[in-house]
Write a protein of this length. Structure first.
Length: 103
Protein backbone atom coordinates (compact mmCIF):
# COMPACT_ATOMS: atom_id res chain seq x y z
CA UNK A 1 0.00 0.00 0.00
CA UNK A 2 1.45 3.36 -1.01
CA UNK A 3 0.59 6.39 1.10
CA UNK A 4 1.19 10.04 0.33
CA UNK A 5 0.57 13.44 1.84
CA UNK A 6 -0.21 13.77 5.53
CA UNK A 7 -1.10 11.05 8.01
CA UNK A 8 -2.80 12.92 10.80
CA UNK A 9 -5.88 12.88 12.99
CA UNK A 10 -8.08 13.45 9.92
CA UNK A 11 -6.61 10.79 7.64
CA UNK A 12 -5.45 8.16 10.14
CA UNK A 13 -8.89 6.54 10.68
CA UNK A 14 -9.39 5.93 6.95
CA UNK A 15 -5.86 4.61 6.53
CA UNK A 16 -6.28 2.42 9.60
CA UNK A 17 -9.53 0.97 8.27
CA UNK A 18 -7.87 0.05 4.97
CA UNK A 19 -4.87 -1.50 6.73
CA UNK A 20 -7.24 -3.46 8.99
CA UNK A 21 -8.87 -5.00 5.92
CA UNK A 22 -5.48 -5.85 4.40
CA UNK A 23 -4.22 -7.42 7.63
CA UNK A 24 -7.36 -9.44 8.40
CA UNK A 25 -6.29 -12.58 6.57
CA UNK A 26 -4.06 -15.22 8.16
CA UNK A 27 -0.30 -14.61 7.86
CA UNK A 28 -0.60 -11.10 6.41
CA UNK A 29 2.45 -9.74 4.60
CA UNK A 30 2.02 -5.98 4.32
CA UNK A 31 4.34 -3.46 2.75
CA UNK A 32 3.41 0.16 3.45
CA UNK A 33 5.31 2.65 1.30
CA UNK A 34 5.70 5.91 3.22
CA UNK A 35 8.21 7.60 0.90
CA UNK A 36 5.64 10.15 -0.31
CA UNK A 37 4.34 10.96 3.17
CA UNK A 38 5.16 14.56 4.04
CA UNK A 39 3.88 14.56 7.64
CA UNK A 40 2.85 12.07 10.32
CA UNK A 41 1.49 12.86 13.77
CA UNK A 42 0.87 10.71 16.84
CA UNK A 43 -2.44 9.42 15.48
CA UNK A 44 -0.63 8.19 12.37
CA UNK A 45 2.04 6.51 14.49
CA UNK A 46 -0.74 4.99 16.59
CA UNK A 47 -2.36 3.45 13.51
CA UNK A 48 0.97 1.96 12.41
CA UNK A 49 1.57 0.54 15.91
CA UNK A 50 -1.93 -0.94 16.11
CA UNK A 51 -1.64 -2.53 12.67
CA UNK A 52 1.82 -3.86 13.54
CA UNK A 53 0.42 -5.53 16.66
CA UNK A 54 -2.51 -6.92 14.67
CA UNK A 55 -0.20 -8.34 12.00
CA UNK A 56 2.13 -9.90 14.57
CA UNK A 57 -0.82 -11.52 16.37
CA UNK A 58 -1.61 -13.25 13.06
CA UNK A 59 2.03 -14.34 12.63
CA UNK A 60 2.37 -11.92 9.73
CA UNK A 61 4.84 -9.29 8.64
CA UNK A 62 4.63 -5.51 8.28
CA UNK A 63 7.35 -3.60 6.45
CA UNK A 64 7.52 0.17 6.22
CA UNK A 65 9.29 1.63 3.21
CA UNK A 66 10.89 4.98 3.96
CA UNK A 67 14.10 6.74 3.05
CA UNK A 68 13.13 9.84 5.03
CA UNK A 69 15.62 10.66 7.80
CA UNK A 70 13.00 12.78 9.59
CA UNK A 71 10.58 9.86 9.83
CA UNK A 72 13.35 7.59 11.11
CA UNK A 73 14.27 10.28 13.67
CA UNK A 74 10.65 10.46 14.85
CA UNK A 75 10.70 6.70 15.35
CA UNK A 76 13.94 6.96 17.34
CA UNK A 77 12.67 9.82 19.51
CA UNK A 78 9.43 7.98 20.28
CA UNK A 79 11.37 4.76 20.92
CA UNK A 80 9.51 3.01 18.12
CA UNK A 81 12.48 2.37 15.82
CA UNK A 82 12.66 -1.25 16.96
CA UNK A 83 8.92 -1.76 16.58
CA UNK A 84 8.95 -1.77 12.78
CA UNK A 85 10.83 -3.45 9.99
CA UNK A 86 12.11 -0.54 7.88
CA UNK A 87 13.21 -0.72 4.23
CA UNK A 88 14.69 2.07 2.10
CA UNK A 89 13.14 0.61 -1.07
CA UNK A 90 10.18 -1.71 -1.58
CA UNK A 91 10.98 -5.42 -1.26
CA UNK A 92 11.47 -7.02 -4.65
CA UNK A 93 12.26 -3.75 -6.41
CA UNK A 94 15.05 -3.56 -8.97
CA UNK A 95 17.33 -1.84 -6.44
CA UNK A 96 16.88 -4.68 -3.95
CA UNK A 97 17.32 -7.34 -6.61
CA UNK A 98 20.47 -5.80 -8.09
CA UNK A 99 22.10 -5.33 -4.68
CA UNK A 100 21.30 -8.95 -3.80
CA UNK A 101 22.71 -10.18 -7.13
CA UNK A 102 25.94 -8.28 -6.57
CA UNK A 103 26.53 -9.96 -3.21
Amino acid sequence: MELSGEIDILTAPCIGARLDVLSARPLPDLVVDLRSVSFIDCSGLGVLCRVSNHVRARQGRLRLVTDNPRFRRILRLTRLSGAFELCAVPPGSAAVTSSTDAA
